[in-house]
Design a protein. Sequence first.
Lengths: 114, 119
Amino acid sequence: EAQVTQNPRYLITVTGKKLTVTCSQNMNHEYMSWYRQDPGLGLRQIYYSMNVEVTDKGDVPEGYKVSRKEKRNFPLILESPSPNQTSLYFCASSPSGTYIRELFFGEGSRLTVL
Amino acid sequence: AQTVTQSQPEMSVQEAETVTLSCTYDTSESDYYLFWYKQPPSRQMILVIRQEAYKQQNATENRFSVNFQKAAKSFSLKISDSQLGDAAMYFCAYRSRNAGGTSYGKLTFGQGTILTVHP
């Protein structure tokens, strides 16, 4: 089944404890992206990747890191999480970064930072 | 930078009736995509409809249609014959098609509109 898989789906952590949210897609998509969803703000793009080894900042990259060493994986790293990073996170992919006709989303990861 | 605004935080509709969700955007570009996504309580993001800016004809998908007014930078979603399963958060989104622009890989979403469908 074609899908975008995120893990963990739910996580409660404490300030400063490094964590990684994994994202994997099995559709051979070139483009991948991370978003955070907050009430009243909609979805905001954190980072995106047009292809392997090519990443760029979205609108809210502060406090996050990403890497794209393989086509299928695009992990989101929070080196020192803070409470303002409590949010619902989505990973998404698209066959091509050039023609994004549709984004395929993961099921979301609910992160709480205490 | 592009911005997308959904000015209706909440809307409601009676089952079988029609509802229109509003979206406006701000851009200096001429070629772009616009999307409507649906997010039901399951949190899954589902593409509802897509419009390419160079196409003058409004996109339609079954009971869903858009009113795309390029000059006014408006992109509203009309849901006809509303069903209980249409209840969800709806997001409008913008994406540039300008390959040379700095915002090429970015997608910008609106704040969302919660749609309630009453039986």
